[in-house]
Design a protein around this ligand. Structure first.
Ligand SMILES: [Fe+2]
Length: 636
């Protein structure tokens, strides 16, 4: 937490014009009020203030973030928080402390001290966009590590670090990615985000969805483990019902110091899943639509909007002095898109949720418009000579054929498994429910020789690493060599969650509540008994079902449904792809992490091979991380 505390500083105003910047300015304390348009900004929190914010970073209490890097631009994000005794809700208090708008200056530079500036601008934010700031910084040099910061109300934000994508002719031959999914604030202390935030070698962080959850699902929650917060009355533990509460949920997540740090050190590429878009009904009245939740997602993330016509083409940058507009209505549902990474990879973010199940369409998973876009994107990727395609996909693509399932009932409830499909697939969400779509995709890739596809997924709350094969039995596929009549068209890693329960925890909850007479959703206070007795009891049946699943599905090269949550690393190189599965402690803040598995696949003949003596890999970048997250006072 020390990282977040402001300190008196002696430094130049980084965003000020030439005159002032020439001389050093001494600032005694950050508590000094700032003035804008004749008003004084106070960082002091009113009595009874509950809005989640990293107090030491005010007015940038949710840090800074960047995303969707292209060779010439990257989206930069922050949020201005103005405490007011009338409340935190921007829809009810449009003028906190009397401010109706705030001017925010930004700059991006090649050095952490922000002296060698490549682009700068000034935007205005208001309550209408929940005081978020989102600029598409363009005209940047490609394949470059850059540093950025914002300045508003007399303070400078933490300095963020980001990276632009290479152009095809840049001398770059790698892509280093951290991958996460199902990141649940209540259930995990976000140590995985802290570990990501320590890495200087990242080009990108990919998120396969459930980036911010609508509710806790009633599962035992690490953040309430020792009774620090009241489980039953806490506004941040309730299902969101309004735009204001949806926005507040982002604030809750973004006030976490580990997430602030991860956001600060590398650009994110997020594909939201169903929890992020969850609508709300109160009584008979719809109080929050999926479209409105989508608009909040666009307000609070650096996702660059695309044209709302199914083309997947980005809207142009509005320039340095205008915020990126927030898509509204149906436009807020479109976010499938492409980020090109030189000759190394095309990062293809697909959406298997919002265009699924449309009557009369051929693709029941992607919808026909998105299907056509994906075919075009994959063909163009091959034509231009991109080595890999890194596909971010919310729900597992690989098949999961029926296997003998201990604790079938609760697992079916928790994961929507279809237990009446003895010959078919048990996981029928998205691709599993439409195997004809999957087969069509695999055939298309095979017929066009587009085989080096690395799919990064989420949703299954466990580690599932698979070869992508149409038929996972001999003679089509031989699991030890990956050869056969229909060899793999790529590989997939379903990354585990940050704390959202997988198989072992679903079984442990069933045993625990069966023994104690409680039920999910009730206040969960007996953490010690749960962790010490019921989780271990659930381990043997979890191991049994892992074995049954890998036996029934030979292309499932690694499967771990234990309470071992964390993040993945993906290293794309000219001749191979390396996947690493890292687990981090869930209930306590700790720097410990453990490599569960390392898998390698060779370019030209994709097939996951587990390394028996794994050595953690590293990306080639060594450069400096951004300085610790700190807001400092500046004088204009
Ligand atoms: Fe999830």
């Amino acid at each position: 937490m020390d990282d977040l505390r402001p300190t008196p500083v002696k430094r130049r105003s980084i965003l000020a014009g030439g005159g002032l910047a020439a001389g050093a300015v001494t600032v005694r304390a950050v508590a000094a009020d700032a003035v804008e348009a004749g008003r004084r900004y106070s960082r002091r929190l009113p009595a009874g203030w509950t809005y989640p914010v990293a107090e030491g970073l005010l007015p940038f209490g949710h840090g800074v973030m960047s995303g969707d890097p292209l060779p010439d631009r990257v989206v930069l994000w922050t949020r201005i928080t103005i405490p007011d005794p009338r409340g935190w809700d921007a829809t009810r208090v449009p003028d906190p402390q009397g401010f109706r708008r705030v001017r925010v200056r930004w700059r991006i530079a090649t050095d952490p001290a922000l002296r060698d500036v490549v682009r700068r601008g000034e935007v205005t934010t208001t309550a209408a966009r929940d005081w978020t700031v989102k600029v598409d910084a363009d005209r940047l040099p490609s394949a470059t590590t850059l540093y950025y910061a914002f300045e508003a109300l007399g303070f400078r934000s933490p300095v963020g670090r980001t990276r632009t994508a290479p152009r095809p002719d840049d001398d770059v031959h790698t892509l280093t990615v951290a991958h996460v999914a199902c990141t649940s604030w209540w259930h995990d202390l976000f140590n995985a985000y802290a570990r990501i935030g320590e890495r200087a070698d990242l080009d990108l962080v990919t998120h396969a969805g459930d980036h911010v959850y609508d509710n806790s699902g009633g599962h035992p929650a690490s953040r309430f483990w020792k009774g620090q917060r009241r489980w039953d009355t806490d506004i941040d533990n309730a299902d969101w019902t309004t735009v204001a509460e949806c926005r507040r949920r982002y604030a809750l997540y973004y006030a976490d110091p580990s997430l602030i740090r991860a956001h600060q050190v590398a650009p994110f590429a997020i594909m939201a899943d169903q929890h992020d878009y969850d609508p709300a009904t109160t009584g008979d009245r719809v109080t929050l639509t999926a479209e409105q939740a989508g608009s909040v997602l666009f307000e609070w993330t650096p996702i660059r909007p695309v044209r709302p016509d199914g083309s997947g083409v980005f809207l142009p940058s509005p320039g340095p002095d205008t915020n990126v507009a927030t898509p509204r209505g149906r436009d807020a549902l479109y976010s499938y898109r492409l980020l090109r990474w030189g000759r190394t990879a095309d990062v293809v973010l697909i959406d298997v949720r919002r265009f699924a199940g449309r009557p009369g369409e051929t693709s029941q998973v992607l919808g026909d418009e998105q299907w056509a876009w994906l075919e075009r994107t994959m063909l163009a990727s091959k034509r231009r000579g991109s080595i890999h395609r890194l596909v971010v996909n919310q729900v597992n693509l690989s098949q999961l054929r029926a296997f003998n399932l201990p604790f079938a009932g609760p697992l079916a409830d928790a994961f929507g498994l279809d237990l009446n499909a003895p010959e078919g697939e048990i996981y029928t969400t998205a691709w599993g429910g439409h195997p004809e779509d999957r087969t069509r995709l695999y055939r298309f890739l095979r017929e066009h020789g587009i085989v080096d596809n690395v799919v990064l997924s989420g949703d299954s709350h466990g580690w599932f690493a698979s070869d992508l094969v149409e038929d996972n039995q001999l003679p089509a596929y031989e699991p030890l060599t990956g050869r056969g009549l229909l060899p793999p068209v790529g590989v997939e890693l379903v990354g585990s969650t940050m704390g959202r329960p997988g198989g072992q925890d679903v079984i442990a909850e069933e045993l625990y509540f069966g023994a104690t007479g409680g039920s999910r959703g009730a206040a969960f206070t007996d953490a010690a008994t749960y962790d010490a007795q019921y989780r271990p009891l659930a381990l043997a049946p979890t191991r049994a079902l892992e074995l049954a699943a890998t036996t029934a599905n030979p292309n499932l090269r690694y499967f771990n449904w234990r309470a071992e949550y964390g993040y993945s690393m993906v290293y794309l190189r000219p001749r191979y792809a390396v996947l690493e599965l890292w687990t981090t402690p869930q209930r306590v803040r700790s720097r410990a992490q453990r490599l569960l598995q390392q898998l390698v696949s060779t370019v030209g003949a994709p097939h996951l091979r587990p390394r028996t003596d794994p050595q953690p890999a590293r990306g080639p970048h060594r450069g400096r991380l951004a300085p610790a997250a700190r807001t400092v006072a500046v004088r204009r």
